[in-house]
Design a protein around this ligand. Sequence first.
Ligand code: ADP
Ligand code: ZN
Ligand code: ZN
Length: 748
Amino acid sequence: MIAEVIIQSNVKNLNRIFDYQIPNDLENQVKVGSRVFVPFGRMKTLENGFVIGIKETSEYETKEIASVQDESILSEERIELAKWMSKRYFCNISDCLKLMLPPGTSNKEITKRVKEKNINFVTLKKEIDEIEYDIEIGKIKSDKQIRTLQFIIENGDVLVSELEMFADTSRAVVNTLCKNGYLEMIEKQVERDPFEGKDIVKTEKLELNSEQQKAYNEIANSMDDMLFSEFLIYGITGSGKTEIYLQLIEKTLQEGKSSILLVPEISLTPQTVNRFIARFGKEKIAVLHSKLSVGERYDQWQKIKRGQAQIIIGARSAIFAPVENIGLIIIDEEHDSSYKSETAPRYEAKEIARYIAKEKNIPLVLGSATPDLETMHRAEQEEIMLLKLTQRANSASIPKTEIVDLREELAHGNKSMISQKLYQAIQENLKNKKQTILFLNRRGYSTFIMCRECGYTAKCKNCNINLTYHSNKNKLKCHYCGYEMPILKKCPECGSEQIRYFGTGTQKLEAEIHKLFPEASTIRLDVDTVSKKNSHEQILDKFQTENIDILIGTQMVVKGHHFPNVTLVGVIAADGSLNIDDFRANEKTFQILTQVAGRAGRGKEAGRVIIQTYNPDNFAIECSKNQEADLFYQTEMSLRKQLKYPPFCDIILIGITSNNEKEVIEISQKLHQYMKKKLIEEKLGIILYSPVPAPIDKIKNKYRWRIIIKCKFDNNIMETIHQMLKEYEKMKKSNTRVIVDLNPNNMM
Ligand code: ADP
Ligand code: ZN
Ligand code: ZN
């Protein structure tokens, strides 16, 4: 018999299936899903591989499998899923398999885990792209060094001991990489064991209100029927969605089955996890997220594999947890963009969840206060059952939202970032010892520099993008490649000293608040303050426990936290997300404003939300003011239909990058010609756009072009694109890379 093997090399990226003879004495052990050792090429050591198929004969001359390391590390179903993913998302099977294997799997057999309470973590000192490039061009030659770097790229910061254990490398290799500037040692607070610390008071299930009960019953009934069905719990913030999840999980547990609950990476804080521990105890719960060290993730993974943990709470990739007896999948905040992977494999966790739920005949439950337009559309089509929750569950009132027109403010001579109305509201809150959240609808790094005389802006030399000013280091920095330069006092183009900083970052806002309210205590939450020392969650903890007056933050403050003492939320400029170059601008704006408003008045006191904007007439802003979600969805849906955007079609992005501008253009044109020919020959019902430079047309010295296709994604178009990629392999130049992204999140 012949085994089809995917080689999982830590050194090379081999996206091919190789045939191997199964020796007679191994016939009983080699199965689809087995992990084997095989000889490969001229290499002296054996390579590690996975059997993804078994067949009678091969048309090639084959070598023999040397040994079996693990008879069934993956099930046949998992292998099928990996194959399905590699076709749908245009990626390597081995990249998909990696998502399903125990964390840290490498050539070396894992026998034990080093339990070191060391706080010296090894972290990457260069950008991933840069390291991968150096590997590609052969600047880093040693296999051990490559393996070490790739291990950290895949698994995040690690302890040296973990590296030795999992990646078969040594302290000496790490030292060399540190010396060469690829790695550095950092002191990091060991992420606390998700279950360590204070004992959590057990909670009992609450009596559901009638809307909650109806939703619960629908899902519970479908569970009893043992058929796949999909639900959307569309409930305003605080309407008790989580309580429904808790009770559905309890039912699943009583039936001896397991549940997976996906939450956005950013809200995977102890606050969230504790609610589940409080109901079900620590023993039965496993938590999977990227902030755990690889060793901790490995422990959690084993806890699931053993069947000890029957409730899995995790971010995107937890959908691949090795659950034996799955009974329920829930995806909370289903509109969150973190469910779509931006790197290969570029999968959408909701689609994977649907695949698994169908295969296992179990319910898939999506929940959100601001569902994705795609999900709403599918509910309209009755592919998903819509379950609405319209009231706040603990009788907290819905906050009152007001809009301030910043243009009028300016006309009245107020040049500050804070309008009169917001100023008074903050003052009142300070007087009443209530807390305030000020939300800046943009990322932390947004202050760029411009010469007022000639219009010169300081751009990164590697990426065609504005450098941003970081006041704590007093430097200009590129947030794509990390390039830094000292601040400018004079314009390098015209010599003028009229250099100004533009844009409003959180730092600037904080400084202004201190000027306006000298007595107020403030805390900032943004990419700059969330460093290795202060986690996102520690900042929020501090805000709550020390009763700090004002929290100033970016996107990070939006996600589901519960601060009973917050009665005022101010949105400094709602327009930040309207001016992005993306068809989802309205949707994102509506979602962000609704979510951030949901942070106000979650306790006994009523909440107040003040939204400042230059576009008070924009319908996304108006709808979020009046809490007219239905109107928003109707309006946006008809716009999308007119313009032929998702959910009325799929978008395929073909991205072409290269260090060589001529090459990138040439390949883009050839791929476009190929697709055009196919379009005509096969009468494909697609809209094919001409190749153009991406909105950010150069990153890290790589030119970026793209071809966009609008279509209804089906097998036909999928096959055509696979053929196009094969065609590309033939014309391939060493420098160029082509990726295909189905329904990308980020259009930049
Ligand atoms: P969501 O997940 O929709 O934001 P939560 O489940 O967090 O809402 O519920 C918001 C608040 O209401 C929580 O404090 C929760 O304990 C409370 N709550 C939820 N359901 C009920 C209920 N049936 N009766 C009383 N309080 C409830
Ligand atoms: Zn100038
Ligand atoms: Zn750059």
